[in-house]
Design a protein around this ligand. Sequence first.
Ligand code: FAD
Length: 390
Amino acid sequence: MTQKVDAIVIGGGVMGASILYNLASKGLKNCVLLERDTLGSGSTGRSSGLIRMHYSTRVNAELSWKSFPYFLHFDELIGQQKPQFIKTGFIAIAGPDSKEGLMKNVSIQKEVGIDTEIIDLKQANEVAPGFNFNDDEVFAWEPQSGHGDPSGTAMAYAKQAEQLGAKIVLKSPAEQIELRKNKVFAVHTEKETYETEIAILATGPWSSQFLSKLDIELPLTATRHEVFLIKRQGNQLQNHPSGADMTNMTYFRPEGNDMTLVGNGNREHVANPDQYNPKPSMDYLEDVWLRLSKRIPSITEGQYFTGYAGLYTSTPDTHPIVDKIDGFDGLYICTGFSGHGFKLAPAVGICMSELIIDGKVDFVDINPLKADRFSKGKQNQISYEFRVIG
Ligand SMILES: Cc1cc2nc3c(=O)[nH]c(=O)nc-3n(C[C@H](O)[C@H](O)[C@H](O)COP(=O)(O)OP(=O)(O)OC[C@H]3O[C@@H](n4cnc5c(N)ncnc54)[C@H](O)[C@@H]3O)c2cc1C
């Protein structure tokens, strides 16, 4: 069967859902989202859900800060029940080697208007009692940050998009984008042909695979990352803030009242999104638990609760590609968010809808996220080892 639609969004992660909603709310109502499996079945459903603003480039800091109100007031701003947001505060911890980078990051964040401060050792002990800090470490503190519900957020965007007239088709992989004279003409699934002039790839870890069908090469790699949860002994550490620890290379956040989720973003292994191992591995567990215990000594007493792996979609500068694809009219891409896409999704969806409908983006300057920055040698510079943060 063939049907005509305004736009096709390919991929039902938090990005695809946010883009779909923002297109519909900006007036492009006859849009369809195609999802190969279920909403949130890719990276979104395995995300640690951290929401913080500590970034080393203005573009990421601004995208996260401008997304933040949506996590706090989703119901008022979008119109669906607010997905869970838990405020925990967030501490970024850097040793002497990373001190300059951390200070620079905080000054960028302050320019953007982010609520963050450099705090001293005494204040660090106050916001994170039970942590072990070194005298030569520096700390950035975000009192408002916390974590949210990535799949719930994708669902909420999707539901509101449907209410505005968009359609979501699950278990329906896009097989091919048909181009005529380098213009998008249609998107094909096994059963349907959608005639459209606009196709948006929000395919997460599957993006390279899909682009190769169009002979488009971009430096996007699917990489495997593990996280695990430890049940704390409650009497030793009641609760703690979220954080990123550059000294011991971990990131962490509380889960509920008595668990700690921990990950380490820089143990990257290239993976095939259709075949990767989603289960935890013992060597990772031992290594990361030991490093976490250097920061939170009482965590050694905890019990392993569960663990899993998910996929980042990584680019060489750890920044996403949010752009129109040059040379192909109507073809857009929004992927490569490595370990930070969830918290950026509200602002990115707005930027994408402006790019597609208005032909320019006013909400945030996303020029640093252009696809051709790699071929032009204009990659984003990150000021210190950053991949650690989820
Ligand atoms: C372990 C882990 C921890 C993380 N922690 C954080 C964190 O703390 N904070 C944070 O902000 N971010 C975090 N992230 C990153 C964040 O989860 C991702 O950046 C974000 O979810 C990406 O969303 P997406 O929509 O681009 O991709 P995805 O969620 O992967 O969605 C892509 C979708 O496209 C679908 N698809 C692919 N090909 C096709 C096709 N041909 N047709 C139809 N559908 C298709 C897939 O099934 C999938 O549902 C983490 C990620 C992982 C893996």
